[in-house]
Each structure stands twice: as structure tokens, then as C-alpha cells.
Design a binder for this molecule. Sequence first.
Ligand code: BEZ
Length: 326
Amino acid sequence: MKRILQATVTFAAAVGMMTGAPQAKDMKMGLITPPPHIWTKEAKAFAADLKATSGGKHTVTVYPSRQLGNEAEVLQQMQSGAVDMAFMTVAEISNRAPEFSALFTPFLVKDNAQAAKLLKTSPTAMALLDTLPSQVGIVGVGYGMAGVRQIVSAEPIKSIADLKGRKIRVTPFAATKDFNTILGTAPTPMPLPDVYDALSNGQVDAIEMDLELTIKLKYWELAKTVVVSNQMMFPMVGIVSGRTWKGLDAADRKMVSELMKKHLDVVLDATEEVERTFLPMLKEKEGLEVREVGPEFYGDAVAEWDKIWLPKAPGIPALRAEAAAL
Ligand code: BEZ
């Protein structure tokens, strides 16, 4: 009986392969963020939703904390179909598709709430997602984000001159490296897990970071000044391997997109809370100066950045217009 059942299953699978009928699939999803981070929590919530909605046909195992490798490695595995899905920084995507750097236009948005709105509604940001299948071999479902970027410094910062020559930890991508080079700092690319030790042992003098992680990962303990300027958005994108996508039928694609989008929106909505919760908490920390500044603090750095990036990221003017209209 057992052998008959096994033969039937094998035959059904073979017919499925021959006819191209979609197969039930246990999918792998890779993230660099640790288990308590909201990206990981929402990836797991998405996996649970997909399993329930598909009646167990599709399952997703979420691998946080770089278990499948760093983002460049995960992207490579997605191109070969070895990894199916990811919540990935747009920073990494922009290393492959430089037009995405438009999303790192300095001072594009005034705060996290406006960033979240822009990433939910911007036609220019959506059009960038449409380029991913042909450019990178992945499907972009929608955007999430970590909070807009600030500078957390181990030494007091009163003016931009105080940052000159300082080693500033950045996430490795060209748009922020250029901005720092223009400012005269020494941008030091470094993945998230290495940041606390690097700031505490003096390997770097300051870090680019969002306010939520500045509180939650206790970077503030190592800081004299946090320059709060909202200098750049830090978007993330929910992506599916092009090969995996091809193996899903239209109904399953719709299900995956809608459920992933739902959880990306939870990430965006949570980020809107940053100004209400984490900024006031930071202001209460003893011995820490929270210096709130505008773009003028950075002199003509934005104009200089534009000279490099307007030709390489043509979506910048449209994104500026869309953000201004929000
Ligand atoms: C970072 O590299 O700073 C980062 C990466 C993922 C989530 C949040 C921050």
C-alpha cells in the first residue's frame, strides 16, 4: 500500500514537471537582521500568513542574521534560485542597479512619516521595481524601510567641520560613500553586526544609523552627540527570485505579492512611530547632546552630490517633486 502511494506521489510530481503545473514549494527567505528586528518579525508573520492562506501549499522558512550569507551572497543565490525570497536593503540593490540610488537623495524627505508615505505611493519608486526582473533577475514586490539616517558620534559635533577626517561607519553602497567623501569624512563600510564594537573600540569615530537602532542596540551609550538631520532614507525591498516567480501560477503570485505587501506596510507604518517614541527617549539620555539640524548644516554637499548622481539616477527630480507634494 505504502509503495503504491509513493508511486502515485512520484507520478503526480513527474506529471506536474512535464506539464509545467506549479509545485508545492518550501521556500527560503534570507535576511541580515536579527530575530527581534521588525524586518525579521514581519518576514515570519508573512510566512505564517502564506502557509495559512495557501492551505499549507506554500511554506517559507525564514533565515535571519545572515544565516544564508550577507546580502550580496543572498542576491546571488536568488539569481540561481537557491534562495527564494528576501527583505533586502535598497543599499544592496543599488550596488547592482545604480538607478535605485535616487531613493538615497539627501534630504528627500523631512521625517520617517513622509519617507513611509513616499515609499507607499511614489510612481517613480514603483517604476524602479519594474526594472528588477530584467536588470537583476528578481521581482520587487514593494518597499519597507529602516528609519531615516542620522549621525551618532563618539565625540561632540558642533559643526560639519567637526566631522572632517573622521571615520564614519556607513552601510556599503555608493550613494552614501559619495555623500561622506564630499563632507570630507572617511566613510568606513561595515555591516550592522560589527558596528557596536567598532564604535566602542575607536575603529570608527561615528556611525550612520537610525534612531530606533540607536536606542535598541544601545549605540547612544557610546555617543556624545547625535546629529538628527534625517539626511537620507534607508529603504528596504521585499523581493522574490525570478526563477521562483516563474514556478508560481498567477493566483499564487497574487497571493504572495498581496501578503508580502501587507507585511511590508506594517514595517513602514511602524517606522512612522520613530519621531514619537525614540527621539524623545534619546533626548532624555544624560550626557548626550541631540543636535537637530537642517540641510544647511551640510553646506553645499547636496549640490555636489547631485553633480555625481543626477546623471546616474534619473529618477531624482521626479522623486523630489513627489516628496514635495506629500
Ligand atoms: C544598517 O546597515 O545600518 C542596517 C541594515 C539593516 C537594517 C537596519 C540598518
